[in-house]
Design a protein around this ligand. Structure first.
Ligand SMILES: [Zn+2]
Ligand SMILES: [Zn+2]
Length: 299
């Protein structure tokens, strides 16, 4: 068993004084040597933290004692002690920036669907559509079979998704994202846009994969820390590598940032296509393809 644990959680609840909570949280996290990212806003709290198992447990004891957060759903995974370089706790206007004004999950959001319920819907005959609210680069290493991928570059562009799914207004929709925090807003957004039967996957893909590893969600899950991707039961025969190297199209889950200082595009590049320091220029504009193009043209 790992000595380290990573926790992922959010809670939409009115926070009267975000600055005060930030200072309190910083004190507790520093005392327990936790690292990670936390965003606090008037609308709630969103965090990923890593620490030694006993320190994470102590943190949760303290955090869950606060009445505002008592029923927060905590997602756990094994850590390495290296998921985050430091601790960052910030106050922002929103815990997740949606780019749409007036989305308040405390007022309007989709109905919760548990992992168990979604699993039985998938196995059954019910007609429904899974809409993946994550960013396009996250979807490249894994997704639910037969789901509709948002294809957006950033959650702030969520309204660009509407033309793609407008024919589903009268159908049953289930929104999914990593841990659920984006779906609180995304599902509320669809409700406001007139979609009549909107659900959100409670606890997100993390929770689903924990319960049903390598079943309906193919590949692995992109995460926003140094791990970059996370899988469950890695030696499971059913585990597939969904990601493809952007340069040579070989299966890969190796995310890098383009080494061009003005690009920094986040993309998948296999180890054969990176240099010895795991660096490469992206093939979407930064790498000179002229020689290879000539080869192809004369073939
Ligand atoms: Zn490659
Ligand atoms: Zn580039």
């Amino acid at each position: 068993m790992s000595k380290f644990k990573i926790i992922l959680f959010y809670k939409y609840v009115t926070i009267e004084n975000p600055e005060k909570l930030r200072d309190e949280q910083r004190e507790v996290c520093l005392k327990l040597s936790l690292k990670g990212r936390m965003i606090i806003a008037k609308e709630g709290i969103n965090a990923t933290l890593e620490g030694k198992v006993e320190d994470i447990n102590r943190y949760l004891d303290i955090f869950l004692k606060d009445k505002r957060f008592a029923d927060t759903h905590i997602k756990l995974s094994e850590g390495t002690g290296e998921a985050f370089p430091k601790l960052s706790i910030k106050v922002r206007n929103e815990i997740v920036a949606s780019g749409v004004d007036g989305l308040d999950p405390n007022k309007t959001t989709g109905k919760y669907l548990t992992a168990e319920q979604l699993h039985s819907w998938i196995k059954g005959k019910k007609e429904f559509f899974i809409v993946d609210m994550r960013n396009d680069y996250e979807q490249r290493v894994g997704y639910f079979e037969n789901s509709i991928l948002s294809g957006i570059e950033n959650f702030r562009d969520i309204s660009k998704l509407l033309p793609k799914i407008k024919h589903l207004k009268g159908k049953t929709i289930v929104t999914v994202c990593t841990g659920g925090v984006r779906c609180e807003k995304a599902s509320g957004f669809l409700v406001k846009e007139g979609f009549s039967d909107v659900y959100q996957l409670f606890g997100g893909i993390v929770t689903y994969m924990e319960k049903y590893p390598n079943e309906d969600f193919k590949g692995s899950l992109y995460v926003f820390d140094n791990r970059l991707v996370m899988g469950f039961n890695m030696d499971d025969q059913r585990r597939e590598i969904i990601g493809r190297c952007a340069s040579c199209d070989k299966p890969s889950e190796n995310y890098i940032n383009c080494s061009d200082d003005f690009c920094h595009r986040h993309f998948i590049c296999c180890l054969d296509c990176t240099d010895e320091n795991n660096k490469a220029l992206c093939p979407m504009g930064c790498r000179d393809f002229s020689d290879e193009h000539r080869d192809v043209a004369t073939m």
